[in-house]
Design a protein around this ligand. Structure first.
Ligand code: NAD
Ligand code: TYD
Length: 364
């Protein structure tokens, strides 16, 4: 049967995913094809954090196109959007690592702030010229972080969408700035935007500079497991597949101009997370000497300005969009450790010379 309704026609049009070769973007694109009919065009600069191996499962898929490019390149972005004619743009592209932002904030300002600005401008120009029904259905979804809200004390209520923005790191400040731009482009120009602020993700394809994959990789290599400060900093961990399903839900049903917090209700102190990983590895891949991996835990100098606690109140997305996560921390972390054990080639591939330089700089 021919698709006649505008909703059906709409689903045949592609979505444009920026940063789709990174950790969350790649998981999102891979998951998308199991859940949605629309084709995907992935735009990624392939920085150290972007890896085409993450998308190898899509090779030969006629519904997926990869374009290498920078969201800061206004001409490229404008031409790509005009050619692709997306029904939505989902912006995952960012510099995402707090420690790197402390060593060198400039790339964070460039990509996260100027890049989002360029993308918004290109989206606005395109959206203004769309015919009425397509214009109405178009969405610009900006993927952001709970770190924009700053740090909680142990007894504070979790972050809700109305919390004040109080970013503390160059990374979170740049993400906060990008959120403000997205908000302003909706308020001033009417661009149909959506913002998601999510807690810490973990799962397959996460670059081993972030706590969970770093600990798995170093444990298996017999290296010290660095815990910053006292290890009692708390994060609200969400399995990446749950983040992806939440973003699809917000894209499909979120109210234009709104922000949705996404979280897993899994507050854990870093030390507890690391000990859990060690215990799983003890069971699945015991050390040759039979000693526990936890013996490799080492307390190191704290991160400057280290946020003590993040926690998300995900009531709005549950109530308004009927979304809840499917994984608990226990099921998600078991899957994750298993994935890294079964994908040692992936780790070997991404831990290149550039990675080794970073580890030397950060942990020497
Ligand atoms: P990541 O660092 O793994 O991936 C970022 C991707 O963006 C990479 O593929 C990189 O090549 C690409 N990129 C960087 N600069 C670019 C540019 N100028 N133009 C085009 N592509 C560029 O990050 P991630 O962990 O997958 O995070 C994705 C998004 O989700 C980010 O916006 C981040 O702020 C947000 N977020 C992450 C977490 C988390 O726990 N990782 C939690 C909440 C929100
Ligand atoms: P990270 O994965 O970098 O995410 P974020 O800083 O965005 O929360 O770090 C998670 C937590 O783990 C954070 O409190 C910092 C801490 N951490 C360590 O203790 N040691 C490490 O080597 C790393 C990378 C992080």
């Amino acid at each position: 049967m021919m698709a006649t309704g505008s909703a059906d026609t709409d689903q045949a049009r592609p979505v444009l995913v920026t940063g789709g070769a990174g950790f969350i973007g790649a998981n999102f694109v891979l998951d998308w094809f199991g859940a949605e009919p629309s084709p995907v065009v992935t735009l990624d600069k392939l920085t150290y954090a972007g890896n085409l191996n993450n998308l190898v499962g899509l090779q030969g898929n006629p519904r997926h196109t990869f374009v290498r490019g920078d969201i800061c390149d206004a001409d490229l972005v404008r031409a790509l959007i005009a050619r692709v004619k997306p029904r939505a743009i989902l912006n995952f592209a960012a510099e995402s690592h707090v420690d790197r932002s402390i060593h060198g904030p400039e790339d964070f300002i460039t990509t996260n702030i100027a890049g989002t600005f360029r993308l918004l401008e290109a989206a606005r120009e395109y959206w203004l010229d769309l015919p009425a029904p397509e214009r109405e259905h178009f969405r610009f979804l900006h993927v952001s972080t709970d770190e924009v809200y700053g740090s909680l004390t142990p007894t504070c209520a979790p972050f809700s969408e109305t919390n004040r923005y109080m970013p503390n790191s160059p990374y979170s400040a740049s993400k906060a700035a990008s959120d403000h731009l997205v908000r302003a482009w909706h308020h001033t120009y009417g661009l149909p935007t959506l913002i998601t602020n999510c807690s810490n993700n973990y799962g397959p394809y996460q670059f081993p500079e972030k706590l969970i994959p770093l600990v798995i990789d170093r444990a298996l290599n017999g290296q010290p497991l660095p815990i910053y400060g006292d290890g009692q900093q708390v994060r609200d961990w969400l399995y990446v597949g749950d983040h992806c399903s939440a973003i699809r839900r917000v894209l499909a049903a979120g109210a234009v101009g709104e922000t949705y917090n996404i979280g897993g209700n899994n507050e854990k102190a870093n030390l507890e997370v690391v000990k859990t990983i060690c215990a799983i590895l003890d069971g699945l891949r015991p050390r040759a000497d039979g000693r526990p991996y936890a013996e490799q835990i080492t307390f190191v100098k704290d991160r400057p300005g280290h946020d003590r606690r993040y926690a998300i109140d995900a009531d709005k997305i549950r109530r308004d969009l009927n979304w809840t996560p499917s994984e608990t921390f226990e099921t998600g972390i078991a899957k994750t450790v298993d994935w890294y054990l079964n994908n040692s080639d992936w780790i070997a591939n991404v831990t290149s010379g550039a990675y080794r330089d970073w580890v030397q700089k950060q942990y020497a």
